[in-house]
Design a protein around this ligand. Structure first.
Ligand code: BGN
Length: 358
């Protein structure tokens, strides 16, 4: 009996050793498998994973980089629950959803611009761009100016909200003629074009009198396929065009259109004719004038007495008869002036210039 009992004890001990070995092997196998899984996470990542990590580290990826990298966008969408995402801004729509249509304006109310100056959306110099989308155009508003502070207040008061509802990326440039010599509206327009471009890569220019306020925000202050006349239906003219070729008050030209006509003429001193000259330039370069309809294009002019030193220019008839001969040598390519002073208000940039005299 004794050897049998010994054999049984030995058998049990062996079974225990085998069980322990199996357990040991299983545990080893388990650790091995887990460590292989971890390693695959640390292995050189696929482009998708790499992007995700980059984004996780720094959330300050610029918008433009995000839009141009499609893997980034798709990775972000699929893991959007885990990562705070910075939305890529889309282009603004052709028609802004913020438009309200016809609005009344009242020139008898006292304007206080200080509240408007507190608006954090407008940055110094009268610059604005929408936060909700990327504007379709970068628009510089050029306003020739002298001694019209009251009109300027009204313009700023009505136009800033108007342009913002149109979702434009814009800047306001008031170009003041220094001194008291005869006024030259067209030359100040050329100066505005040149000065605005030194600040920002504008692609559209709105040339506006300081006293004209549009009444309907569907009249978009932007550029079109053809040079655009915007002040088409003015109260002063019974809400209609005074004549078919009229291109005064407010007009819009893209950089390309403007350069094609060599800008405005520089030698119209005093009132009248310079807008007819640029109209001629437009047609001589094979372009036509586009306009909004007479309802959308309604606008009001602030009544005022004629400015000093802006008497009707007696030479204007002769000059507009010669546009074809003069337009290549008189314009943005022959512009000379001297900046006297630049002032940055919260709502506009005012550039005072010496443009000489007749
Ligand atoms: C026109 C003026 C324009 C002016 C409009 C509206 C001339 C040129 C000689 C025919 N043109 O008569 O400059 O914008 O009236 O006021 O004077």
């Amino acid at each position: 009996m004794e050897p049998r009992a010994n054999f049984s004890v030995l058998h049990r001990a062996c079974a225990l050793v085998v069980a322990l070995c199996t357990l040991h092997l299983s545990v080893m196998l388990l650790f091995y498998l887990r460590s292989t899984g971890d390693e695959s996470e640390h292995a050189p990542p696929s482009p998708g994973n790499f992007t995700l990590r980059t984004l996780r580290k720094g959330h300050s990826v610029s918008t433009s980089t995000m839009t141009s990298t499609s893997t980034m966008t798709s990775t972000m969408t699929s893991t959007s629950t885990a990562i705070p995402t910075t939305q890529a801004l889309e282009k603004c729509p052709d028609t802004s959803p913020l438009l309200v249509g016809p609005r009344n304006v009242n020139f008898s109310q006292t304007i206080d611009l200080n509240e408007m100056r507190q608006d954090p959306k407008v940055s110094v110099g009268g610059r604005y761009k929408p936060r909700e989308c990327v504007s379709l155009q970068k628009v510089a508003l050029i306003i020739p100016f002298r001694h019209r502070e009251e009109h300027m207040k009204h313009w700023l008061y009505y136009l800033h909200p108007f342009l913002q509802r149109q979702q434009l990326d814009y800047g306001v440039y008031v170009i003041e003629q220094d001194g008291e010599d005869t006024f030259n509206r067209a030359k100040l327009m050329n100066v505005g074009y040149a000065e605005a471009l030194k600040e920002y890569d504008y692609d559209c220019f709105i040339f506006s009198d300081v006293d004209i306020i549009p009444l309907d925000d569907r009249n978009t202050y932007r550029c079109f396929d053809q040079p655009r006349h915007l002040a088409v239906s003015m109260d002063k003219f019974g809400f209609r065009l005074p004549y078919n070729q009229y291109f005064g008050g407010v007009s819009a030209m893209s950089k390309e259109q403007y350069l094609k006509v060599n800008g405005f003429p520089n030698n119209y001193w005093g009132w009248g004719g310079e807008d007819d000259d640029i109209y001629n330039r437009v047609t001589f370069r094979g372009m036509s004038v586009s306009r909004p309809d007479g309802v959308v294009g309604r606008c009001k002019m602030i009544q005022h007495v004629r400015d000093n030193k802006n008497e009707p220019n007696p030479q204007r008839f002769d000059r507009i008869a010669r546009t074809r001969q003069t337009m290549d040598s008189d314009g943005i390519n022959s512009l000379t002036y001297r900046v006297v002073r630049t002032e940055k208000d919260q709502l506009f940039t005012k550039i005072t210039v010496d443009i000489g005299k007749p």
